[in-house]
Design a protein around this ligand. Structure first.
Ligand code: NAD
Length: 727
């Protein structure tokens, strides 16, 4: 099986076609790179070949390096990673120098890249090594270097080439933020050279007419200066100092890849191009050997994709949804209607009043209008999507629905009533799902005449942005309902986790202790600024106090009251409620009230932490150290995840990790709570738990499972890796 083939034509153009067998998208493996190397050698040595065009046999160019290969490269150790990367540099540099005489820089063969569609990662780094890049005028194509999103950085020369081509400042959004562009924007930014109707024929013509001078990259010319200034140029100095501050500000120093990337650019800018590539390879090796990059690749790429492809789907024929009925057109129902209609599913959106149903539909209209104003959708698309949503009060319209998603008020009686009404209309095979966030699925299923076809499909708000969907099996939920829910989630292009029915399911179960621990510290007199910053310095996107402001303090009060009622004397969070209820009494309900733990300006902008907090909860003189605060915040969430696994609510730690990052932003650099425990080591984690529980209470007592792991010296992924269940 070959990934690259070559056709030479009578005009003297060798066209190298990248077409990985059995895959819809090209990805580069080390074997593939070897094949490309051989073809380039052949074409450069063949006197009949005047120029070379590299293109793809698929509709896109390439999605990048095969991340499974990257994860595997680590096994050989740092030297093997470095050698692998250097061999890739060697191939790309050979393309760039194209057989020219090193002294006179003459006699090389022009090499152009012709991109029919998307070109990501190494799929752009390879073209960047050629002499000219032609892309098809395909607005759906995405061009860029997204490596930073999975905890690595462009290590195939992309970091060095792009920073030398555009300058450090202009390259920053593409390198440090993984910004992707369509071909026209990529051309305007200088990532590629031409946008044309037929890139292969344009590239072919170009290679036949290119001159020696067209082949010499700026950095291979005498007197080359980096655009925007090198590090010791006054402008460059400002750029690099600013970039360093920005990266540390944004990443709080917890993402090794961003720092390493910056170091590669900075150090690389001061030496020759070939030395710079070596520096890039060293930093890349450094990042790849850091446990954070493997944890991120594992959760954000490999396992996320495995879950999306149905790793935990029971055997059942295709359950794709054709017509979905959504009960309740409020915030959640309206969002679910939008994502369903966008996925091509016919939607019946029901509310008690026609105005409410219409308002729910207008949510889609608003989102589509916004997309049109950003040129991400057209009027035709809007009409098509809205045409799929039937907003009505008439339950008879549910006829023919193969899935119902209920999103009415969080009230068991209201939910029972609509369940019965819908079930009276829908067919026997249809599946009924509830979007409840707090009510047990098995209890709600009592209203159903067919509990085996009753399930929880829990979305997060805002539905169009949040990619996690939690699927909850009730006591009697059958496998076909699970398959249906998973197929639906795949259709709407989100990431599913499947959990069992228990209070707050998985995500909310873990996030509530995080928020509560933050509030508890405020009650103890810990400086709230310390609480918030400690969380951010661990890589949490929001501190616990900001998070509760966003989700609203009255919701917190409601949940606390319900939990207290259910748990009675065993309820452990009285100290938290004291703060929460007092805040609610003050009318400080969070962002929506423009007043919460934070103060907000009249424009709704968050200012600083509210000063009134200190008057009610005076700060103690003896403040805890940063690490203790961080441990309290992180272990509050992490131990809950372990307990969820121990209890069998979570059946697969992969879901626990992916769900934590996508559901509530659990420090992504860790790869999730189980990934983090593996980095710490179970023995060290138990030690921390022992100290925290002695000083702060039983909620930090190490779960037995964690103690067992510590005793056996095993890690979670070593023991429970590919979907293995807890014993
Ligand atoms: P919402 O109050 O915005 O919407 C509920 C809608 O249901 C309203 O439009 C209401 O008119 C309608 N409704 C009430 N009774 C009805 C009936 N008998 N027939 C038809 N329609 C009826 O609430 P929401 O925030 O969209 O929450 C809905 C559900 O989703 C709740 O179960 C909630 O727990 C859950 N949920 C909410 C969130 C969130 O962040 N808000 C997140 C996940 C899940």
């Amino acid at each position: 099986m070959t990934d690259f083939t070559m056709q030479k034509d009578a005009d003297g153009v060798a066209v190298i076609i990248w077409d990985v067998p059995g895959k819809s998208m090209n990805v580069l493996s080390l074997e593939g790179a070897g094949e490309l190397d051989t073809l380039i050698d052949d074409a450069l040595a063949d006197e009949a070949v005047k120029g070379i065009v590299i293109t793809s046999g698929k509709k896109d160019f390439a999605a990048g390096m095969d991340l499974n290969v990257i994860a595997g490269m680590k096994q050989g150790g740092a030297q093997a990673v470095f050698d692998g990367i250097m061999s890739l540099h060697h191939v790309l540099r050979k393309i760039e120098r194209a057989g020219m005489d090193p002294k006179t820089q003459k006699g090389g063969k022009p090499i152009a890249a012709a991109l029919p569609g998307t070109a990501l990662g190494i799929g752009l780094e390879l073209p960047l090594a050629t002499h000219r890049i032609f892309a098809a005028d395909n607005p759906k194509a995405k061009i860029g270097l997204p490596e930073i999103m999975v905890g690595i950085f462009p290590g195939g020369g992309g970091t060095i080439r792009l920073s030398r081509k555009l300058g450090a400042m202009a390259a920053a959004p593409f390198l440090l933020e993984g910004k992707l562009s369509d071909p026209k924007k990529a051309k305007a930014a200088g990532l590629i050279d031409e946008v044309v109707a037929d890139p292969v024929s344009a590239a072919r013509e170009w290679v036949l007419n290119a001159t020696d001078a067209d082949l010499i990259k700026p950095w291979d010319q005498k007197g080359y200066k980096m655009p925007g200034g090198e590090p010791y140029h006054p402008h460059g100095f400002i750029t690099f100092v600013g970039a360093s501050a920005m990266v540390n500000g944004k990443t709080m120093g917890v993402y090794p890849a961003a720092k390493a990337l910056l170091s590669a650019v900075y150090e690389g800018a001061q030496v020759s191009f070939d030395t710079a590539l070596k520096i890039e390879a060293r930093w890349f090796t450094n990042v790849l050997m850091n446990p954070s990059s493997s944890a991120m690749i594992r959760s954000l790429f490999i396992n996320k994709e495995a879950l999306e492809k149905g790793a935990n789907r029971p055997e059942a024929p295709d359950q794709s949804v054709r017509k979905v009925g959504i009960l309740g057109a409020g915030m959640m129902g309206a969002g679910i209607a939008y994502v369903s209609a966008m996925a091509g599913i016919e939607v019946v959106l029901i509310d008690a009043r026609q105005e409410a149903a219409d308002k729910g539909k207008s949510h889609s209209e608003g989102l589509l209008d916004k997309a049109i104003s950003r040129k991400k959708a057209t009027e035709d698309k809007k009409a098509e999507v809205l045409g799929r949503i039937n907003a009505t009060t008439d339950y008879a319209a549910l006829e023919g629905c193969d899935l119902i998603v209920e999103a009415v008020f969080e009230d068991p009686q209201v939910k029972a009533e609509v369940t019965k009404k819908a079930e009276a209309v829908i067919g026997q095979d249809a599946i009924f799902a509830t979007n409840t966030s707090t009510l047990p699925i098995s209890d709600l299923a009592r209203a159903s005449a067919r509990p085996d076809r009753f399930i929880g499909i829990h979305f997060f708000s805002p539905v169009d942005k949040m990619n996690l969907v939690e699927i909850i099996k009730g006591r009697e939920t059958g496998p076909r309902a699970v398959a249906k829910a998973l197929d639906f989630v795949r259709q709407i292009r989100k990431t599913p986790i499947v959990v069992n029915d228990a209070r707050f399911f998985y995500a909310n179960r873990c996030i509530i202790p995080y928020i509560n621990e933050g509030i508890r510290m405020v009650a103890e007199g810990v400086n709230p600024v310390l609480v918030e910053n400690a969380a951010k310095l661990m890589g949490m996107p929001l501190g616990p106090l900001q998070l509760v402001d966003e989700t609203s303090i009255d919701l917190g009060v409601k949940i606390a009251k319900a939990t207290r009622a259910a748990m009675g004397d065993a309820y452990p969070d009285g100290a938290v409620d004291e703060v929460l209820f007092w805040m609610a009494d003050q009318g400080r309900l969070g962002r929506k009230a423009n007043a919460g733990f934070y103060a907000y300006g009249d424009d709704g902008k968050r200012q600083g932490l509210w000063e009134g907090l200190a008057a009610r909860y005076p700060q103690v003189d003896d403040q805890p150290d940063l690490t203790t605060v961080q441990h309290r915040l992180m272990f509050a969430q992490t131990l809950e995840a372990v307990r969820a696994f121990e209890d069998g609510v979570l059946e697969d730690i992969r879901e626990g990790d992916v769900g934590a990052i996508l559901g509530w932003g659990f420090a992504p650099w860790t790869g999730g709570p189980f990934g983090w425990l593996d980095m710490l080591g179970a023995a060290r984690a138990v030690e921390i738990c022992d100290r925290l529980s002695a000083e702060h209470g039983d909620r930090f007592v190490a779960p037995q499972m964690l103690r067992d792991m510590a005793d056996s010296g095993q890690g979670f992924y070593a023991r429970y890796g590919a979907g293995k269940k807890a014993a």
